[in-house]
Design a protein. Structure first.
Length: 194
């Protein structure tokens, strides 16, 4: 049975929830070579991911809700479970792939400034300035994170692709943040939440 778990969070706790989910997803990739868990944003706007995060689970939602990092956030009331639904109970109007837009990450101010400082070449400096400009003009919702291993600050830029049909794949596979790529979009059913 395929399950959607809806987790409610405030804007200031979104990055903590994404980090907790990333921990689960990365361990799934480490143990099995793939991540069958995907995330979606049913209340996404042009400038924010909204206060709900939907987690696609191929079998049982308990895997998500009993993960130690998620339990910690639930216990501290930083997130709450807003519902669990079987995909068979949803009649979506369309399907949506939530995609990590890595092109914009290269233009994040911290990374672009490092490239400008470390380079004496005029072409690289102009490229970094152009990337910074593109970053600040980005229409995509963003989630600010920091790497647990390198402590590097970066921004997850969330793009979307819509479809009127679900993914062709029998088994869905997502990256370690639960997102798709433009080359291989994984379409999840959309149920809008207010």
């Amino acid at each position: 049975m395929k399950i959607l778990t809806f987790i409610s969070t405030s804007h200031e706790n979104t990055s903590a929830l994404i980090k907790a989910l990333h921990s689960l997803f990365a361990s799934s990739i480490k143990n099995t070579g793939t991540n069958p868990y995907g995330i979606g944003f049913p209340a996404i706007q042009s400038d924010t991911v909204g206060q709900f995060i939907m987690v696609y689970c191929p079998e049982d939602a308990d895997v998500i809700l009993v993960h130690p990092d998620i339990l910690y956030l639930l216990a501290k009331k930083k997130v709450s479970c807003a519902g669990v639904k079987s995909i068979s109970d949803i009649t979506p109007k369309y399907y949506r792939a939530f995609i990590r837009d890595r092109k914009l990450e290269r233009g994040a101010p911290v990374q672009a400034m490092k490239r400008m400082v470390s380079s004496n070449k005029e072409e690289k400096e102009q490229l970094a300035k152009a990337l910074i400009g593109r970053y600040f003009q980005s229409p995509l919702p963003q989630i600010n994170l920091s790497s647990q291993s390198s402590q590097r600050v970066f921004t997850l830029n969330i793009g979307v692709q819509d479809s009127h049909t679900s993914s062709n794949q029998e088994v869905l596979s997502f990256n370690s943040y639960g997102l798709s790529s433009y080359k291989n979009p994984m379409y999840l059913p959309v149920e809008c939440m207010e």
